[in-house]
Each structure stands twice: as C-alpha cells, then as structure tokens.
Design a protein around this ligand. Sequence first.
Ligand code: ADE
Length: 226
Amino acid sequence: MRIDIITVHPELLDSPFQHSIIKRAQEKGLLQIHIHQLRQWAVNEYGQVDDYQFGGGAGMVMMCEPLAKAIEALSLQNKYDEIIFLTPDGVQLNQQIANTLSLKNNLLLICGHYKGIDERIRQNFITKEISIGDYVLSGGELAAAVLTDAIGRLLPGVLNDETSALSDSFQDNLLAPPVYTRPENFRNWKVPEVLMGGNHKKIDEWRHEQSLNRTKEKRPDLLDKQ
Ligand code: ADE
C-alpha cells in the first residue's frame, strides 16, 4: 500500500513512521509513505497557502489553489482509492474503518490547519472525511499519523502470528482480555491459575469471558453493535 500525505508541517510526521511496526512495514516493502510539503504549490514566493475567510471572523483558511494543484499533481502519478481529509467534523475513526481502508492500494491524506480548508476542496476532491475523536487538534498531522498507524499494522505480513491484529480489542467489538507475563507471582499478586494450566480450550473460554466482562464494564456501548 502507498499512503501520500499533504501537510504544511512535514516535520511533525518525521518520527511517527520511523519506529516499531510501521518502520518494519516500510522496510519489508509492504507500506510506502510519502510526505509532501503543501508550500511547494503555494500561491506566491512567500509560500502562502492560507488567507482570511470571506464574511469575516477569526482564523485563516487554507486556500483552494495550493490544495487543488497538490491533489492534481499527485493524482497524475497515483490513482487514489480515497482522498481523505482529517477533520474534527469527519466520521469518527474506528477499527471497522481502519480494516476497510487497509484493503486499499493508494490513499491520499490531507492535513488541515488554521480554521480548516476551503469548502470547495472538500466538495470537489475529498472522498472521505475522518476525525480521530471529539476534540480539536492544532492540525491534521497527528490524526494522519494515527490513521496511518491503524491501517499500516493491518497490512498482510506486517504483524506476525503472535501479534496478529485478529486478537486486538475492537476486532469483534469486544475489548481484549487481560494479559500477564513473568513472574508468576509478583508481590504476592498472582497470575490467574487457568493461564498456567496449559489447557488451551479452558484458556480460550476464560479469555472470551474476560473480554465480555471487560466490555460490559468499560464499553457497554460496543455490545449493542454485536
Ligand atoms: N484536525 C484537528 N482536529 C482533528 C481531529 N480530532 N481529528 C482529525 N483531524 C483533526
């Protein structure tokens, strides 16, 4: 899969993709991430990409021309399955959306800043609008990093059997069960006996029950989606 990201702050995305699973996904050639500075399509030599909003009001708006030119230039090189704008008024990201997007080949992510982007870009280019939660970030970069991470780890071959995404929380609308590692007894806090017994049928049943209880307790809303 290839993910292109358009941003005025490429440096914000330097680190998130250079570690751990997403780094390995790129090294294995399973994921390509390309970050593009929007200012290369600026309207003037000062690198301007935003302007005051019509009708008055505080806050700058990202202009049509740089975004349109950027999207068109990149679309000539890649056939995008989705052009996604990260915005607090988009649909809220969940595992189902990440699963669906992980099946695509080419995604273009647009990071907004200031008051947002000119509505005409949303109407004429954007195919999906995604929020990572009901709060406002300074820009779309951190949201783009979250989305890329959530998608990238699902690509076939990125995780091995032991870390398989199939056992993640949310994959079946249940939270994951508790996990333990050595030592078996820490400050007299003991690992549940069933996990030490080696009976895999019993362990699976226990884990499922724990998942259900945990979901009932912490996220009962997920059980309505079963
Ligand atoms: N940009 C600013 N806030 C955001 C959010 N919550 N989700 C996605 N993009 C954003």
